[in-house]
Design a protein. Structure first.
Length: 249
């Protein structure tokens, strides 16, 4: 079993209306896979205060959840994530973070006022996430919920920092075995229904001009259990005289 379940929250109306393309999902997927951490879900949502707060609250309610949130922590009127996080995870109020205020003033001087200084208003108990690009940090709550800018050049190093600081070596390697058979996926329903709870089995149907194929993937953090479960599919196919090949097509 995995110790944590990771989620990405990607905030931006511009992603939904096509003005920009998302680059966060692939990054999060790949870095979690590299560290043997479980990616359980990803959400792309509008810049809507209630929707942001509700989504954060929902993710926080899930077992062993860890959140990487991208976007909406600036000082413009469409930046709602700081207050949404306070409503979802704290008392609904923002408080001046003196360390953050100092960073803003050091960088911007008099231009820190009247608006940029508001970026330092954070939920209670927030910790700062270092920003290697312009020194304007993101923040975290409870060492589980990480809030970062929408800019990948800034936020992606923050994800790497969070994983290295809080989750390094906490993941378990997953052992996966895959085959593709010349049949429909419903051939495997009973086998799939009887899979152990700690073994993941998934099917992917495919249809070609010469007929259907089904790719079966079996995975577990216990290598022996994964191999034993995978062998059941090989045995079944050989008993039924159904052709198959190891791996995906």
């Amino acid at each position: 079993m995995h110790k944590h379940n990771f989620y990405a929250l990607i905030i931006g109306t511009e992603l939904l209306n096509g003005r920009r393309e998302d680059v966060h999902f692939k990054f999060v997927r790949d870095i979690l896979k590299k560290n043997h951490l479980k990616f359980s879900g990803s959400f792309i949502i509008d810049d809507d205060p209630q929707l942001i707060a509700s989504t954060i609250s929902y993710i926080a309610s899930l077992p062993k959840s860890v959140l990487f949130s991208f976007g909406g922590i600036g000082s413009t009127p469409d930046d709602h994530t700081r207050l949404a996080a306070a409503k979802a995870l704290r008392d609904g109020k923002l408080y001046a973070n003196r360390e953050f205020e100092k960073l803003i003033i050091e960088r911007l001087g008099e231009k820190a006022y009247p608006h940029p200084i508001n970026m330092a208003k954070l939920p209670s108990g927030a910790k700062l996430l270092p920003n290697p690009v312009n020194k304007m940090p993101g923040f975290s709550l409870d060492d589980r919920f990480f809030f970062m800018p929408g800019f990948p050049q800034m936020s992606h190093p923050m994800v790497e920092y969070a994983i290295d600081k809080y989750f390094k070596n906490s993941g378990k390697r997953e052992y996966r075995f895959t085959l593709t058979a010349l049949c429909r996926e419903n051939e495997f329903i009973e086998l799939m229904q009887n899979a152990p709870k700690d073994v993941e089995v998934s099917s992917l149907p495919k249809l070609y001009s010469d007929g259907p194929r089904a790719t079966i993937s079996v995975a577990s953090t216990d290598e022996n259990k994964a191999k034993a479960e995978f062998q059941k599919y090989i045995n079944y196919l050989e008993e039924k005289n159904i052709s198959y090949g190891l791996g995906e097509e």
